[in-house]
Design a protein around this ligand. Structure first.
Ligand SMILES: [Zn+2]
Ligand SMILES: [Zn+2]
Length: 148
């Protein structure tokens, strides 16, 4: 094979490799968009869990109606007291409830999304919010938010 023919064959291979990488990049963009949609959906679903809330638990035991004095027995811990069997009053009392406040987890430093290696510029997809970004798979450098 002449050097010229060799050069032309290699040029063809270069073009083909470029076309393949373009196609792969386009595919990556589409997948990235899909991932962001899934991330948004996951966030919506997680919202309930993210809310601060208070859990009230009355211990089991003997309570008493504040209205008629009827004693009310609670056999398992409950989040609210029953009405009095005798007079229907809701002023049953006897024990202080245990109150537990659930705080939502602190927001993470880095949001899920597309990132880019600060060294080799390879893109990386991060699917969950995190405090520690993974390192680049290829060169081990830090990732940074994708500048678009
Ligand atoms: Zn009562
Ligand atoms: Zn890299």
């Amino acid at each position: 094979m002449s050097a010229q023919a060799k050069a032309e064959a290699l040029a063809k291979q270069v073009m083909q490799a470029m076309a393949e990488s373009k196609a792969a990049e386009a595919r990556a963009v589409v997948l990235g968009e899909k991932m962001m949609k899934a991330v948004a959906q996951a966030k919506k679903e997680a919202k309930v869990a993210q809310k601060a809330r208070t859990i009230v638990e009355y211990p089991s035991g003997r309570y008493e109606c504040g209205q008629c004095g009827q004693s009310v027995l609670i056999t398992t811990a409950a989040d609210k007291l029953p009405e009095c069997d005798n007079c229907g009053s809701n002023k049953v009392k006897g024990h202080e409830p245990k109150i537990t406040r659930i705080e939502p987890p602190a927001p993470k430093k880095y949001k899920a999304g597309m990132y880019q290696c600060s060294g080799c510029e390879t893109r990386a997809a991060v699917a969950v919010d995190t405090n520690n970004l993974p390192e680049c798979d290829y060169c081990g450098n830090r990732l940074k938010p994708l500048s678009s």
